[in-house]
Design a protein around this ligand. Structure first.
Ligand SMILES: [Zn+2]
Length: 253
C-alpha cells in the first residue's frame, strides 16, 4: 500500500491510499477535491472509496465534487454520522472490516472529538482524523474527557511502530504546550527542535514517538501530575482527571 499525504486548505491533511496490486485507491477526509484529483490522475489509480473520519466540514468539503467526477465511489462513515454526512453511502461500526482493492482495513470507533469519530487501520497505518495529532489530541466537541481518554487508550494499545496519519498540522504548537506541562521531558524538546528546524510536514508520526512526547498519551506521568499540582490543581486523582485538565489547558493555550 502506498500513502500520499495531500495538504489541503490552511492546515488540513487529506490522504490518498493506493493498493498497488489492484490500482484501486481511497481518499481519507477530502477537505477539497482539486488537489486530490490531481494526485489521483498523477498516480493513475481508480478511486473506489472515500473514508470519512467524522462530519466536520473541513474533512468532507470535497466529497460532492469527487462524486461528480467518480460517481461510483463509496462514501464511508460511522453509522452515527449518517444524518450529518448526507452523501455517505456505506456505514460502519467499531470492528467492521473495509476493503480497498486487496488491502483490508479495520474500523476503530473513537468517540470524543465527535460522537461518530472513527479511525481506519490498515496494517501499520492508522488514519485518525481529529482524534489524535502530532503531540496533541482533538477538542472535545461532542464527547467528554472519559470518552476521549478511552478512545486514545484504544489507539495506544496498537503496536508501537504504527504510523499515524492525522488531520491537521498542529504539531509545533502542541509541542510548545507539551514542553510547558512536562519541561523535563528531553524527547519533547528534541522533537520541537526538529520541527522548528524543518518547518515542514510532520505527518505521519509513530505511536512510539507519541507515547514518549504526547502529553495526552502520558497522563500517568508523575512529572506531568507534579507540574499540574504545582499550578494549583491539588485534587488530581486519576489519569482521566489529568487528561481532562490538560485538554482544558490546551484549549486556552
Ligand atoms: Zn474535526
Amino acid at each position: 500500500m502506498k500513502i500520499v499525504p495531500v495538504p489541503c486548505s490552511f492546515d488540513n491533511y487529506s490522504y490518498l491510499l493506493i493498493c498497488r496490486k489492484s490500482g484501486k485507491a481511497a481518499v481519507v477526509d477530502p477537505t477539497e477535491a482539486y488537489p486530490l484529483q490531481q494526485e489521483i490522475e498523477r498516480e493513475k489509480v481508480q478511486l473506489s472509496a472515500i473514508l470519512c473520519t467524522h462530519h466536520h466540514q473541513d474533512h468532507i468539503g470535497g466529497i460532492m465534487d469527487l462524486r461528480q467526477q467518480y460517481p461510483d465511489v463509496e462514501v464511508i462513515c460511522h453509522l452515527s454520522e449518517k444524518s450529518r454526512i448526507r452523501v455517505a453511502t456505506f456505514f460502519v461500526e467499531d470492528g467492521d472490516r473495509i476493503q480497498i482493492g486487496e488491502v483490508e482495513g479495520k474500523v476503530i470507533h473513537t468517540p470524543g472529538h465527535t460522537r461518530g469519530s472513527v479511525c481506519y487501520h490498515f496494517d501499520d497505518h492508522l488514519f485518525v482524523g481529529d482524534t489524535l495529532f502530532g503531540a496533541g489530541c482533538g477538542r472535545l466537541f461532542e464527547g467528554d474527557a472519559r470518552q476521549m481518554f478511552n478512545s486514545l487508550g484504544k489507539l495506544a494499545a496498537l503496536p508501537d511502530e504504527t504510523l499515524i496519519y492525522f488531520g491537521h498540522e498542529y504539531t509545533r504548537k502542541n509541542l510548545e504546550f507539551a514542553i510547558r506541562v512536562e519541561p523535563q521531558n528531553r524527547g519533547v524538546g528534541r522533537r520541537l527542535e526538529g520541527v522548528n528546524a524543518t518547518a515542514g510536514i510532520t505527518t505521519p508520526t509513530t505511536l512510539a514517538l507519541e507515547k514518549k512526547t504526547n502529553p495526552f498519551l502520558r497522563t500517568d506521568s508523575d512529572d506531568i501530575k507534579t507540574i499540574l499540582i504545582q499550578q494549583g490543581e491539588a485534587d488530581l486523582q486519576s489519569p482521566v482527571e489529568v487528561f481532562a485538565l490538560l485538554r482544558r489547558m490546551r484549549n486556552d493555550f
